[in-house]
Design a binder for this molecule. Sequence first.
Ligand code: PLP
Length: 358
Amino acid sequence: AERYSFAAGPAQLPREVLSQIHEELPDWQGSGFSLLEQPFTSTAYKQLMSDTEQDLRALAAIPANYRVLFLQGGASAQFGLLPLNLLQPGQSADYLESGHWACKAITEARRHGPVSVVASGAADGFTALPAVETWQLDPDAGYCHLTSNETGNGLQLRDFPQLSVPLVADMTSDFLTRPVPVERFGLIYASAQKNIGVAGLCLVIVRDDLLRPPSAGLPAAFSYAVQAEQQSRFNTPPTFALYVAALMLRWIAANGGLTAMAASCRKKSQRLYACLDHSELYRCRQREEDRSTVNVCFELREPALLPLLLTEAERAGLHHLAGHAAVGSLRASLYNAMPLAGVERLVAFLQQFEREHG
Ligand code: PLP
């Protein structure tokens, strides 16, 4: 029987993408060499990079005045690089404290510049997002940072505010799972290993007026302006991860694009939330309006059953359902590559487990 990975990342890949990698890897584009052996300066590889950028622009409706960067270091490196790249002397940055990943972004940003928290969900144990009307925004902030989807807490912003300062978003766990109004943002970043392929690649989409020469403390490889100037080839880009991203972009487009991805994520998550809300054994504490369509976090009212549940789930082909280390309990990640059949199998399993042990 088919096995499903509900891991938060690196995540399951579509079967079609995996077979294409298998097929193409040994002899890439008839070059006689594997893709893994391609110099990033070859004409064929440069073409792959520019095709990938064009495909991403088309898929995500990225306006012409935005630059697309293919960087290493993951979203975690961006946490520190944002203040170093975007803040002018004397400026501070606004952050929404929405959960585990926002806290990480804030802690790291504070090492490089002044940070002000506009609102926090900490008092609710990060089970709801602070309403935008309550955010204490600084009109002089260098930027305002949001985490569009809190991977570990299962919360997702439905809408993005129109602000006078540049809006910056960590979209690591939900980029390309729904359409977003890119023109409302100064910068969007996302690691690839959830919805855009494999680890090693971080996408940065930045409005060109925010590009400035690197300040003294900023390594040139991590300067948005330097990498934009050199088409992300200031140093070696993550060549394999970028190739997988190219395949994922084509797979998403072939499967209906972002509107279809959003409908699918909504359907999959609603199916699972409905099961949890009708159960006596499971509980989802996230406020309904803020629940994520890609990371469904839930608990057992009988926590001692957790190890048994995880073992039996694996036996049923349902893998990696443990919650984020900082949160515990359970989590099912339902990214683009998770088919509805995987969610139906999970729901059937959870109901059966409740009948037997609830
Ligand atoms: N931000 C969010 C929302 C995440 O979910 C993750 C990883 O799970 C990260 C940042 C960190 O990404 P990376 O491990 O690629 O640095």
